[in-house]
Design a protein around this ligand. Structure first.
Ligand SMILES: Nc1ncnc2c1ncn2[C@@H]1O[C@H](COP(=O)(O)OP(=O)(O)O)[C@@H](O)[C@H]1O
Ligand SMILES: [Mg+2]
Length: 263
């Protein structure tokens, strides 16, 4: 699942980390692919720069083996492909490659991935519609679009939807929209409510029932290298991300394939 929106600061990385943590709490095994040169998902999960010996860059550009790039995190059942600033030159390094849009697709389908038995792979995209984001859209089954509950939130959406349609018509015909997620929602603010009304009116069922509130615990958690679920388990932010994990795993049958087998 790609987590994408070309706008920065809308809650992509926050959602990647905390949805991943929520899915692991439900028993799922999850891989988070950090596809942003800023490496915020890596930092937020405590993978300090010295621990990023092999990164998503090596996976895409240098044919590194997936199993060598994947690392465990402090969260049980959560693994990460970390990134760093190397990835900022990836677009240029990929452009001459005729398989440039399929590099992540192919990397994530290396047979070595089977031993990890992942139930979900989440891809934290950079804030652009660059070749990196296109790689994520080609590699994934569905895309989750965080939408900050602020004025102009819906404006950038048409460009993203156009890119999704293009990818569908070319490289990934089965690409679905997992849903649009309202983030940083402030119920006391009329604007938040207006954005929610607009989104539900225009996008209908595409909008997740779960809404992520603006919650200071959510923004504090990464500086402790923790998901908000581990940082403050009973905060409103944790509860919301748990509900989102439930909403998503319910659609997919369950968060863990073990449950699916025993069901
Ligand atoms: N629900 C929330 N409540 C409070 N702050 C949030 C929430 N979601 C995200 N933030 C903060 O907003 C900023 C941008 O979020 P981030 O996930 O990094 O966005 P993106 O990855 O889209 O650029 C970060 O400082 C983050 O801590
Ligand atoms: Mg980010």
């Amino acid at each position: 699942m790609a987590i994408a929106n070309q706008k920065g600061g809308v809650g992509k990385t926050t959602t990647a980390i905390n949805l991943a943590a929520g899915l692991t709490e439900l028993g799922g095994r999850v891989l988070l692919v950090d596809l942003d040169p800023q490496g915020n998902a890596s930092t937020g999960l405590g993978i300090v720069p010295g621990m990023r010996k092999l990164t998503t860059y090596d996976l895409l550009i240098d044919d590194a083996a997936l199993a060598d790039v994947i690392q465990p995190t402090g969260v049980d059942r959560l693994f990460i492909c970390p990134s760093n600033a190397d990835l900022s030159s990836a677009d240029m390094d990929m452009v001459a490659n005729e398989k440039r849009s399929f590099l992540l697709h192919d990397a994530l389908r290396q047979p070595a991935i089977d031993v990890f038995s992942f139930d979900f792979i989440l891809i934290d995209c950079p804030p652009s519609l660059s070749l990196l984001t296109v790689n994520a859209l080609v590699a994934c089954h569905s895309v989750l679009v965080p939408l900050q509950s602020e004025f102009f939130a819906l404006e950038g959406l048409s460009q993203l939807m156009l890119t999704i349609r293009e990818v569908r018509e070319t490289a990934n015909p089965d690409l679905r929209i997992e849903g649009v997620l309202l983030t940083m929602y402030d119920g006391r603010n009329n604007l938040s409510q207006q954005v929610e009304n607009d989104a539900r009116q225009n996008l209908g069922d595409l909008v997740f029932k779960t809404v992520i509130p603006r919650n200071v615990r959510v923004s504090e958690a990464p500086s402790y290298a923790l998901s908000v679920l581990d940082y403050d388990s009973t905060s409103r932010g944790s509860e919301a991300y748990r509900l989102l994990a439930l909403e998503i795993s319910a659609r997919h049958g369950s968060a863990s394939s073990k449950d699916k087998e025993s069901a």
